[in-house]
Each structure stands twice: as C-alpha cells, then as structure tokens.
Design a protein around this ligand. Structure first.
Ligand code: PAN
Ligand code: ZN
Length: 187
C-alpha cells in the first residue's frame, strides 16, 4: 500500500484545503452536559457555534499505523463564567497520545488523569506545542477575545471516548475570576 499518493494539503491561516476535508460545527445545543452553570446555559441560543473542526482522515478510522490531523477553531465566549470549550475525551485506546500546536489566540489545554483524581492545565498561545500523553483526557478552552485555533495530530486507531466525560466531566472547570482563567473544583 506504500505506493498510494496522498494529496498535499494547504492551510491558509483559517482554512484547510486540498484533500477530502471533514468539517463539523459544535453548537451550544450539542454541548448540553459540559457547562456547569445550567441557568446561564439555558439563556443562550442553542444554535450559537462554539467550535468548528476541519479534519483530514487519510486512512479509514481504526487503521493501525496511520495519523489523523484536525484543526480546531474555538470561538470566544463564556457560559456564565466558564469559557467556551470542547467536549473533551479520552482516546478509546487509552495509551494513544496526541500532539497539539497552537496557531492563533489564547487558551488553555485542560488535562485529566485516567482515574479522574488530577486535573491540570497548560497555557496555549501561538506557537505553543503540547504533548498529550496516553491515558489523559483532554479538552481546550478559549480564554481570549478572538478565535483560538490549534492543530491536532493523533494515531488513526485511537478512537474517541466521549461517554466517560459526558457522564463524569473533568474534576475541575476553568472559569474567569476577575479576568484570570482559573481552575476550580467542579461545583
Ligand atoms: C482534537 C479534538 C477537537 C475537538 O482534534 O477532537 O479539538 O474536541 P472534541 O473532540 O473533544 O469535541 C482531538 O483531540 N482529537 O483526538
Ligand atoms: Zn484527542
């Protein structure tokens, strides 16, 4: 199979093109269980886009040995004091790692260990590179005034376990306290 020629992609700064690109948008209405302030969430429009992802899947999902890539764009905003963020997940095959590279904006990469006992965060700014070890849940939050964009690269057999996060969440949430992004225990 080594003779297959894959297209060369092009990233313009806000758009990935050149191959078969999968595009998705996650709206507030799709993210019902991730934000802590239920009353603030209920007041916001369900069709408001929180983030978009452009992905390139060169091999079928589940293929061992391939690599997938995705560009995530998180819009600025908050639900109550909690910043707009991604759903977050563990990889289905827990030991599969990932690399993120921040391109634009300001944010935080929120990480949690496998038994949910420790949650921590790394600051994202243009050029920051983040190695996400296997067995570590990951989500990103936009703490800035503009779009936060970052590239992600992960093994094509990793899979995504959203269920665990949807049921239990992360053990800490990232909120704005007097203008400072702060991790606090989940209320
Ligand atoms: C990323 C994420 C992307 C969107 O490409 O999938 O940022 O976040 P959710 O998948 O949690 O909605 C990645 O970590 N891929 O493995
Ligand atoms: Zn991932």
């Amino acid at each position: 199979m080594s003779d297959i020629v894959f297209p060369k992609l092009h990233f313009s700064g806000n758009r990935l093109s050149g191959g078969l690109i999968d595009r998705l948008a996650r709206r507030l209405g799709d993210l019902g269980d991730i934000f802590s302030d239920r009353a603030a969430y209920a007041r916001m429009p369900a069709d408001q886009v929180v983030y978009e992802v452009e992905s390139y899947f060169p091999v079928p999902d589940g293929t061992e040995g391939g690599v997938f890539l995705g560009i995530t764009y998180i819009h600025p905003g908050k639900v109550g004091q909690e910043y707009f963020m991604t759903k977050g997940h563990f990889h289905q095959i827990r030991n599969r790692a990932e690399v993120y590279i921040c391109m634009e904006g300001e944010g935080m990469l929120i990480l949690m260990n496998e038994d949910h006992s420790v949650t921590w965060a790394e600051r994202m700014e243009p050029g920051s590179v983040h190695y996400i070890n296997g067995h570590t849940a990951h989500r990103t939050a936009n703490t800035g005034k503009g779009v936060l964009s970052f590239g992600a690269f992960w093994p094509s057999d990793a899979g995504h376990d959203y269920q665990t996060i949807s049921e239990k969440g992360f053990s800490k949430i990232l909120v704005d306290i007097n203008g400072v992004p702060t991790l606090i225990n989940k209320p």
